[in-house]
Design a protein around this ligand. Structure first.
Ligand SMILES: [Zn+2]
Ligand SMILES: [Zn+2]
Length: 287
């Protein structure tokens, strides 16, 4: 059994990288990929611990990208996984991730200024205490609720944080194409994360989107996933075959941040991803 999608507390998971490795060894994983959002810090910390524990650890990342469905329509946020199967991602890719994180921090600073300007006393420190490296609007919303400025997270977005609201600040996110390109240039393999979430929105359009993504150079699709029913898995395996995509899979384990999802076995034991999935990815990358 392997798990190619797990988060540490370097992004929005609850376990430290070392604890995640211990957990992987405890549940008997043959291989683990750490796919933190926009950072490799969790992988870097886990790598020596995994080596000592003889656990095969794969360097991964989960990028938030903007996918333009049709020219002129509002781009949709799509999560893209990157897997560096021949060793950790190179310095150029790390520098690119650092730029993304810097852009996030700059946006958060401006958001604090805007909120202060409309009379709400919020500091960057309080928001970052909740969101750490991945501080974003949901954490601002939580702080506004805690301080009694709004009654709910929804109200925080409606009045202050959403596009068009009083304190909205735009954040530049990489396009889906740029994500694909950066992963490929860094020697990695790209996979569409939790495709069911996209399909849930527009079932009929999903296949058109997927065809477009394949045309852009997408390598794989995350067919095995905690939220996928056996029928969903079968459908994504079929799509993978028809579009010539490789297949990835993982639990999207976040520790206590998503307490019902277990490392390796997913939701109520619905996952058991065979090692052959990772072998097939390696074979594809060699081709
Ligand atoms: Zn995701
Ligand atoms: Zn994830």
């Amino acid at each position: 059994m392997i798990d190619l999608h797990a988060h540490t507390n370097e992004s929005d998971g609850s376990l430290a990288p070392e604890e995640l490795v211990d957990c992987a060894v405890r549940v008997g994983l043959e291989a683990l990929a750490i796919c933190d959002h926009d950072t490799l810090a969790g992988f870097d910390k886990a790598a020596p611990v995994a080596e000592a524990a003889r656990l095969e650890l794969v360097c991964g990342v989960e990028l938030s990208t903007k996918f333009e469905r049709r020219p002129g329509t509002r781009p949709k946020t799509v999560h893209l996984l990157g897997y560096f199967l021949n060793g950790p991602a190179p310095e150029t890719f790390r520098q690119w991730l650092a730029n993304i994180q810097q852009a996030r921090r700059d946006r958060n600073r401006r958001l604090v200024e805007r909120l202060n300007a409309v009379g709400l006393a919020v500091t960057l420190e309080e928001v970052e205490a909740l969101g750490r490296n991945l501080t974003g609007r949901p954490h601002f919303a939580q702080v506004l609720v805690q301080k009694g400025y709004v009654a709910s997270v929804q109200q925080a977005f409606d009045e202050y944080l959403d596009e068009g609201a009083k304190a909205y600040v735009h954040r530049e996110e990489p396009s889906f194409q740029e994500g694909l390109r950066r992963i490929r240039e860094a020697g990695g393999l790209s996979s569409l994360a939790h495709p069911l979430r996209l399909m849930r929105h527009r079932n009929g359009e999903f296949e058109d989107w997927l065809a477009k993504m394949v045309e852009m150079g997408l390598d794989a699709i995350e067919a095995y996933y905690s939220e996928h029913s056996p029928q969903d898995v079968a459908r994504f395996l079929d799509l993978a075959q028809r579009y010539g995509l490789a297949v990835t899979g993982g639990s999207d384990f976040h520790g206590a941040a998503k307490p019902n999802i277990e490392l390796g076995t997913g939701l109520g034991g619905n996952l058991s991803i065979p090692r052959s999935v990772l072998d097939a990815l390696r074979a594809r990358l060699r081709r």
